[in-house]
Design a protein around this ligand. Structure first.
Ligand code: HEM
Length: 467
């Protein structure tokens, strides 16, 4: 950026086509050539009070601050106004938002928490930085172009042991360096994991967040909880190191949460199962090397680990979010799967699948809470900044009521989620399965509904409409 200094009078000379400067918050921009490319049209830039003038208020009434930070626009700045200082500093990536309700209370100065320690705070800082610096640029790109996560990024996730951490506390973390060593494996708890789930959802890239190896996160627990030691020794390291990809294949056109209605069938033939059927909405399925698959057998539901190979085919499903998630329709056509790939007892697949749902559902609520928090922050920022009818949007009571409803929802979700996370920290896997399944299921439903209502800016109940 140029260090040149100008006076207001000097800038005022440049107020015509081919020679157009403006001032935004003490910075001088030469927009002579940009004017024709301006997404808001060139006319507005030649208006009185804009061309050659200080257009700070007009600019911030129409644009997000981030516009000025984009490299193609930042380079339009040619200097600053002598004696003036910037009064609207750009948000610093990775730092705690100053927007009210823009962060969970435990991150805000002056508030207290019974759950998070200094260690969690250090971890959160590191994780936010990692996601901002390492993950965000690719997240934004892939969400847009629909391409799957790159092997290079997967390598970086493996370096910090991201997938291993996203599987929660446990023996699988032993001997691993977590996030550069900021937390010891034996200290890692569900609040650390919650921090990861929240932080990874802050870029508004919903498809990419699922593409960020969610298939492994939900598909691996049945392998290490129920797979043979040989199967675990082969598959777990491949997946955690990012060399192989995994997807959980339960849902079918015939059955979703109604797991007992699955129709994909596995029939024994010597040392093999022969699997035939289809699976739908399989996250990461397009690039998965293995499928943790729910099958119907003569003795009841059974879970099998099916490697991609002869008879396995995947095709993309068009979803409401980005194809970067790799959502697939999977077909198994007489696929021969070694009996050694059976996960858990034959006929006991329902409990293998259902016990896995708790963690998955809890994880989903964490990422939804992360996304909703960002929506609240963005809406508060924009509603304070955007001028309509000569006033900021926040001057309109209906907008304030919408914001209040959003805040009520996010705080309720956050607090319930933290309370359940605290229970998880103090329970065994089996206790969680028996005591928290109801709580977690209800929480997930509540948080998802809240997410939709917040995204649509719904008011709370009918209170206001009735009046
Ligand atoms: C360095 C100066 C400027 C840059 C880099 C810039 C850039 C942009 C960009 C990228 C957009 C697309 C929307 C967005 O991404 O937010 C936009 C829209 C717009 N800009 Fe600018 N702009 C500048 C100055 C101005 C000024 C001084 C005005 C004054 C009237 C203006 C008026 C508008 C309008 C009316 C729109 C359309 C907004 C809408 O559709 O809601 N811009 N501008």
């Amino acid at each position: 950026m140029s260090k040149r200094e100008f006076t207001v009078e000097e800038v005022a000379q440049h107020n015509k086509e081919g020679d157009l400067w403006i001032i935004i918050d003490s910075k001088v921009f030469d927009i002579s050539r940009f004017a024709d490319l301006h997404p808001g049209g060139s006319n507005v830039l030649f208006a009185e009070g804009v061309a050659g003038n200080d257009a700070t208020d007009t600019f911030f009434g129409l644009h997000r601050h981030e516009v000025l930070l984009r490299p193609q626009y930042a380079r339009l700045q040619i200097g600053t106004i002598r004696g003036q200082e910037e009064s609207i500093p750009a948000p610093i990536p990775g730092t705690i938002s100053k927007v009210p309700y823009g962060e969970a209370t435990w991150l805000v100065d002056g508030y207290y928490t019974p759950y998070y320690t200094e260690g969690h705070r250090r971890f959160q800082k590191e994780v936010r930085k990692f996601f901002e610096d390492v993950v965000k640029p690719e997240a934004l790109r892939c969400e847009e172009n629909g391409k799957r996560i790159s092997q290079e990024l997967v390598g970086k996730l493996a370096d910090v042991n991201l997938v291993a951490m996203r599987l929660g506390p446990g023996k699988h973390l032993k001997g691993r360096t977590l996030m550069g060593g900021i937390v010891k494996p034996e200290e890692f708890d569900y609040f650390h994991e919650l921090i990861l789930n929240v932080e990874m959802s802050r870029f508004g890239t919903r498809g990419f967040t699922d593409g960020l190896l969610n298939g492994a996160v939900i598909g691996l627990p049945p392998i290490w909880n129920y797979g043979s030691p040989e199967l675990q020794a082969k598959v777990v390291p491949e997946v955690l190191s990012g060399k192989k990809y995994l997807a959980l294949a339960i849902t079918e056109a015939f059955a979703g949460s109604d797991v007992s209605g699955l129709q994909t069938t596995a029939v024994r033939d010597g040392d093999y199962w022969v699997v035939t059927g289809t699976k739908k909405w399989i996250t990461n399925g397009m690039f998965a090397d293995y499928f943790t698959t729910g099958c119907k057998t003569e003795k009841g539901l059974t879970v099998l680990l099916i490697p991609r190979g002869e008879g396995v085919s995947t095709k993309p499903i068009k979803t409401a979010y980005s194809p970067t998630a790799g959502t697939a329709y999977v077909t198994f056509d007489k696929v021969r799967v070694p009996v050694a790939n059976t996960l858990g007892p034959v006929g006991k697949g329902l409990s293998v699948i259902l016990s896995n749902f708790n963690h998955e559902r809890w994880m989903v609520t964490g990422s939804s809470v992360g996304s909703q928090r960002v929506v609240v922050e963005e809406c508060l920022k924009w509603a304070s900044q955007r001028i309509v009818f000569g006033k900021p949007l926040t001057a309109q009571p209906v907008i304030r009521a919408k914001l209040a409803a959003m805040i009520q929802r996010i705080e309720a979700c956050q607090n319930w989620l933290e309370s359940i996370t605290h229970q998880m920290n103090n329970m065994s896997y089996d206790e969680m399965s028996s005591r928290l399944a109801g709580q977690i299921g209800l929480l997930k439903q509540f948080v998802s509904k809240s997410g939709r209502e917040t995204a649509e800016g719904e008011l709370l109940g009918k209170d206001l409409t009735d009046r």
